[in-house]
Design a protein around this ligand. Structure first.
Ligand code: AMP
Length: 181
Protein backbone atom coordinates (compact mmCIF):
# COMPACT_ATOMS: atom_id res chain seq x y z
CA UNK A 1 0.00 0.00 0.00
CA UNK A 2 2.68 2.42 0.99
CA UNK A 3 4.72 1.33 -2.05
CA UNK A 4 1.74 2.12 -4.29
CA UNK A 5 1.41 5.59 -2.80
CA UNK A 6 5.13 6.24 -3.24
CA UNK A 7 4.82 5.32 -6.91
CA UNK A 8 1.83 7.65 -7.37
CA UNK A 9 3.72 10.54 -5.80
CA UNK A 10 6.72 9.80 -8.01
CA UNK A 11 4.55 9.91 -11.14
CA UNK A 12 3.10 13.28 -10.16
CA UNK A 13 6.58 14.65 -9.56
CA UNK A 14 7.84 13.32 -12.88
CA UNK A 15 4.84 14.86 -14.65
CA UNK A 16 5.61 18.22 -13.03
CA UNK A 17 9.09 18.31 -14.48
CA UNK A 18 7.86 18.78 -18.05
CA UNK A 19 6.94 21.95 -19.91
CA UNK A 20 5.78 24.63 -17.47
CA UNK A 21 2.08 25.49 -17.41
CA UNK A 22 1.34 29.19 -17.09
CA UNK A 23 -0.50 30.00 -13.86
CA UNK A 24 -0.01 26.54 -12.37
CA UNK A 25 0.45 27.94 -8.87
CA UNK A 26 -1.85 30.98 -9.04
CA UNK A 27 -5.25 31.33 -10.63
CA UNK A 28 -4.61 34.17 -13.07
CA UNK A 29 -8.32 34.73 -13.76
CA UNK A 30 -9.20 35.00 -10.09
CA UNK A 31 -6.26 37.35 -9.40
CA UNK A 32 -7.52 39.63 -12.18
CA UNK A 33 -10.97 39.75 -10.61
CA UNK A 34 -9.63 40.32 -7.11
CA UNK A 35 -6.89 42.87 -7.82
CA UNK A 36 -7.73 46.51 -8.46
CA UNK A 37 -6.30 48.42 -11.43
CA UNK A 38 -4.90 50.88 -8.88
CA UNK A 39 -2.41 48.19 -7.84
CA UNK A 40 -0.87 47.93 -11.31
CA UNK A 41 2.40 49.74 -11.97
CA UNK A 42 0.72 52.54 -13.86
CA UNK A 43 2.30 55.42 -15.73
CA UNK A 44 1.72 59.07 -14.90
CA UNK A 45 -0.56 60.51 -17.57
CA UNK A 46 1.03 62.62 -20.29
CA UNK A 47 -1.50 65.28 -21.19
CA UNK A 48 -2.00 67.92 -23.89
CA UNK A 49 -4.66 70.54 -24.59
CA UNK A 50 -7.11 69.86 -27.46
CA UNK A 51 -5.45 72.66 -29.43
CA UNK A 52 -1.93 71.21 -29.11
CA UNK A 53 -0.51 70.19 -32.46
CA UNK A 54 -0.11 66.59 -33.54
CA UNK A 55 3.64 67.27 -33.81
CA UNK A 56 3.70 68.25 -30.11
CA UNK A 57 1.72 65.15 -29.09
CA UNK A 58 4.07 62.93 -31.11
CA UNK A 59 7.13 64.61 -29.60
CA UNK A 60 5.75 63.99 -26.09
CA UNK A 61 5.06 60.33 -26.88
CA UNK A 62 8.63 59.95 -28.13
CA UNK A 63 10.27 61.79 -25.22
CA UNK A 64 8.18 60.22 -22.45
CA UNK A 65 8.24 56.77 -24.13
CA UNK A 66 4.44 56.36 -24.01
CA UNK A 67 2.02 55.13 -26.64
CA UNK A 68 -0.77 57.55 -25.80
CA UNK A 69 -1.39 61.10 -24.63
CA UNK A 70 -4.55 62.15 -22.83
CA UNK A 71 -6.31 65.27 -24.01
CA UNK A 72 -7.54 67.56 -21.26
CA UNK A 73 -9.61 70.72 -21.45
CA UNK A 74 -8.86 72.41 -18.14
CA UNK A 75 -9.32 69.60 -15.60
CA UNK A 76 -11.63 67.58 -17.80
CA UNK A 77 -10.49 64.52 -19.77
CA UNK A 78 -11.91 65.00 -23.26
CA UNK A 79 -9.98 62.54 -25.40
CA UNK A 80 -7.14 60.12 -26.03
CA UNK A 81 -4.63 60.25 -28.88
CA UNK A 82 -2.47 57.16 -29.44
CA UNK A 83 0.21 55.92 -31.83
CA UNK A 84 -2.58 54.30 -33.86
CA UNK A 85 -4.30 57.65 -34.29
CA UNK A 86 -1.02 59.21 -35.37
CA UNK A 87 -0.30 56.57 -38.00
CA UNK A 88 -3.79 55.70 -39.19
CA UNK A 89 -5.76 58.94 -38.81
CA UNK A 90 -3.36 61.88 -38.74
CA UNK A 91 -0.57 60.83 -41.10
CA UNK A 92 -3.12 59.90 -43.75
CA UNK A 93 -3.96 63.62 -44.10
CA UNK A 94 -2.11 66.68 -45.40
CA UNK A 95 -0.44 69.07 -42.93
CA UNK A 96 -1.10 66.66 -40.08
CA UNK A 97 1.84 67.86 -38.02
CA UNK A 98 0.41 71.33 -37.51
CA UNK A 99 -3.21 70.19 -37.10
CA UNK A 100 -4.77 70.21 -33.61
CA UNK A 101 -4.78 66.90 -31.81
CA UNK A 102 -8.54 67.18 -31.18
CA UNK A 103 -9.07 66.52 -34.90
CA UNK A 104 -7.73 62.96 -34.62
CA UNK A 105 -8.28 61.98 -30.97
CA UNK A 106 -10.95 59.58 -29.77
CA UNK A 107 -13.35 61.71 -27.71
CA UNK A 108 -14.68 60.62 -24.31
CA UNK A 109 -12.42 57.59 -23.83
CA UNK A 110 -13.51 54.73 -21.63
CA UNK A 111 -12.06 55.01 -18.13
CA UNK A 112 -11.87 52.99 -14.93
CA UNK A 113 -11.71 53.93 -11.25
CA UNK A 114 -8.66 52.94 -9.20
CA UNK A 115 -10.68 50.36 -7.25
CA UNK A 116 -12.09 48.57 -10.31
CA UNK A 117 -10.82 45.02 -10.97
CA UNK A 118 -8.11 44.43 -13.58
CA UNK A 119 -10.52 42.04 -15.32
CA UNK A 120 -12.57 45.10 -16.35
CA UNK A 121 -9.56 46.71 -17.99
CA UNK A 122 -9.05 43.55 -20.04
CA UNK A 123 -12.75 43.45 -20.86
CA UNK A 124 -12.70 47.04 -22.15
CA UNK A 125 -9.48 46.53 -24.10
CA UNK A 126 -10.77 43.34 -25.69
CA UNK A 127 -14.28 44.56 -26.54
CA UNK A 128 -13.16 48.06 -27.62
CA UNK A 129 -9.99 46.88 -29.45
CA UNK A 130 -7.72 49.42 -27.72
CA UNK A 131 -4.67 49.11 -25.48
CA UNK A 132 -5.00 52.02 -23.05
CA UNK A 133 -7.37 52.89 -20.21
CA UNK A 134 -7.14 56.18 -18.25
CA UNK A 135 -7.63 55.83 -14.49
CA UNK A 136 -9.72 58.15 -12.33
CA UNK A 137 -9.87 58.59 -8.57
CA UNK A 138 -13.12 58.50 -6.62
CA UNK A 139 -13.70 62.18 -7.36
CA UNK A 140 -13.33 61.61 -11.10
CA UNK A 141 -9.86 63.22 -11.28
CA UNK A 142 -7.35 61.78 -13.74
CA UNK A 143 -4.60 59.93 -11.86
CA UNK A 144 -2.95 57.68 -14.41
CA UNK A 145 -3.18 55.48 -17.44
CA UNK A 146 -2.64 51.75 -17.85
CA UNK A 147 -1.64 49.97 -21.01
CA UNK A 148 -1.88 46.36 -22.10
CA UNK A 149 1.84 46.15 -21.25
CA UNK A 150 1.10 46.83 -17.56
CA UNK A 151 -1.32 43.89 -17.59
CA UNK A 152 1.24 41.65 -19.30
CA UNK A 153 3.72 42.58 -16.54
CA UNK A 154 1.07 41.77 -13.90
CA UNK A 155 0.53 38.30 -15.38
CA UNK A 156 4.28 37.65 -15.56
CA UNK A 157 4.63 38.74 -11.90
CA UNK A 158 1.99 36.17 -10.92
CA UNK A 159 4.02 33.27 -12.30
CA UNK A 160 7.55 34.53 -13.00
CA UNK A 161 9.25 31.12 -12.80
CA UNK A 162 6.97 29.61 -15.42
CA UNK A 163 7.40 32.51 -17.85
CA UNK A 164 10.83 34.02 -17.29
CA UNK A 165 12.58 30.64 -16.96
CA UNK A 166 11.28 29.31 -20.27
CA UNK A 167 13.92 28.29 -22.79
CA UNK A 168 14.51 30.85 -25.53
CA UNK A 169 12.74 28.69 -28.13
CA UNK A 170 9.54 26.64 -27.58
CA UNK A 171 11.17 23.64 -29.33
CA UNK A 172 13.71 23.47 -26.49
CA UNK A 173 11.02 22.91 -23.81
CA UNK A 174 10.84 19.42 -22.32
CA UNK A 175 7.46 17.93 -23.32
CA UNK A 176 5.00 17.75 -20.43
CA UNK A 177 3.18 14.42 -19.97
CA UNK A 178 0.51 14.85 -17.28
CA UNK A 179 0.07 11.04 -17.08
CA UNK A 180 3.77 10.61 -16.43
CA UNK A 181 4.21 8.60 -19.65
P1 AMP B 1 -4.63 51.88 -28.96
O1 AMP B 1 -4.72 50.42 -29.28
O2 AMP B 1 -4.75 52.16 -27.47
O3 AMP B 1 -3.46 52.56 -29.59
O4 AMP B 1 -5.95 52.58 -29.56
C1 AMP B 1 -6.65 52.12 -30.71
C2 AMP B 1 -7.80 53.11 -30.97
O5 AMP B 1 -8.69 53.14 -29.85
C3 AMP B 1 -7.35 54.57 -31.19
O6 AMP B 1 -8.23 55.18 -32.12
C4 AMP B 1 -7.53 55.21 -29.81
O7 AMP B 1 -7.80 56.61 -29.87
C5 AMP B 1 -8.72 54.44 -29.27
N1 AMP B 1 -8.65 54.29 -27.81
C6 AMP B 1 -7.55 54.04 -27.04
N2 AMP B 1 -7.86 53.94 -25.75
C7 AMP B 1 -9.19 54.12 -25.66
C8 AMP B 1 -10.13 54.14 -24.57
N3 AMP B 1 -9.75 53.94 -23.31
N4 AMP B 1 -11.44 54.39 -24.86
C9 AMP B 1 -11.85 54.58 -26.15
N5 AMP B 1 -11.03 54.57 -27.20
C10 AMP B 1 -9.71 54.34 -26.98
Amino acid sequence: MSDERDNDELEVLEGDEGAPEVGRHRDVGREMLETAVGELKRSAPVTVAPTATVARAAELMRKKKVGAVLVKKGRELVGIFTERDLVVRAMATRSWASAPVKKFMTPQPETLKLGDPIAYALNKMSVGRFRHVPLLDQGGGLVGIISIRDIVDFIVDLCPEEILNLPSQPELAIPHHPDGG
